[in-house]
Design a protein around this ligand. Sequence first.
Ligand code: KG4
Ligand code: ZN
Length: 351
Amino acid sequence: MLILAIETSCDETSAAVIKDGRKILSNVVASSVSLHKKTGGIIPERAAREQLKSIIPVIETAMENGKCKMENIDCIATTTGPGLIGSLLVGVETAKTLSLIWNKPLVPVNHLIGHIYANWLKPDSPTSRHPDIPYLPAIALVVSGGHTDLVLMKDHAKLEWLGGTRDDAAGEAFDKTARLLGLGYPGGPAIATEAAKWKTINDKWKMTLPRSLLNEDNFDFSFSGLKTAVLRETEKLKTNQLINQLTIPLLAYQVQEAITDVLVEKTLKAVKKYKVPTLLVAGGVAANSRLREKFLSSIHNSKFNIQFFVPPPPLCTDNATMIGAAAFYNYKPVPWQKVIANSGMTITDRQ
Ligand code: KG4
Ligand code: ZN
């Protein structure tokens, strides 16, 4: 089955052609991130206006790169939420129009569930020890700019939400602390780059940032305390004129350690409790190499006998390939008249 998938939930405009839920025939991602770098964050109206310009060329290029014609496509899939409503509308209304004029079935996909399905795509991640298809049940950690969710995936379309963030998402914590450190947008990669410098500096200066809810008996997260702690530390350093090439990498390193410690520990607690054979990590923050490294070493050290999947970094951040994979494994076409962009829907709405 050939699926033309569309993803426009945030600032990316992406289209992909996916064969049988796993093979990527094409993947085109146009990002307006350079515009948002100037403003230090996404301005939804600007993102949607850029997407209006790029949606048709992106789809055309994805079809060309996949050597596909309209008649070869079996189905159209599109992200319907959660996301920025203006951005979602661009992809959803385009997908509905194509479904109508090409007379193809249309499958709506939840963006967060889409992230999880990036783990079904080939080629498998170089860090994955199992270049195979994930076995279910699985624990899935979805960590993105807007969400941090732990999910028990009993089967396709059988997801049970175990917990999530009570305030900021993990990606948001990276973005907001990066902003406090003057590192620009998006914050995750910027923090990771600075943190890597700290390793080479290897100074003895120690600092500990909070790891909220780490020892609580639940699967919830909280990152707003971390942001406040970084604000306090940066203010102290500014007062003492100590914001410099030593302290920024130190803070970035500590932020990355604090976020990744909590994500790994709580996720492995869920793996242990539900005794699942598979762990799936997904979403933009899953591109973080320290997080990937910590998962691998913790799984190894705790002698968990599980398959660990994390997509290659370009498939962790928003893209349409994951939407095509999710649509294949959850193939439920909906008449185009009934498909609506819904900015607020979450994994919990899909149980
Ligand atoms: O999944 P995604 O592309 O968009 C949303 O659905 O939100 O995730 C974007 C988030 C941003 O917060 C960004 O800072 C974070 O993922 N991110 C990273 C890395 N790359 C992207 N966070 C940490 N380390 C990275 N290498
Ligand atoms: Zn996303």
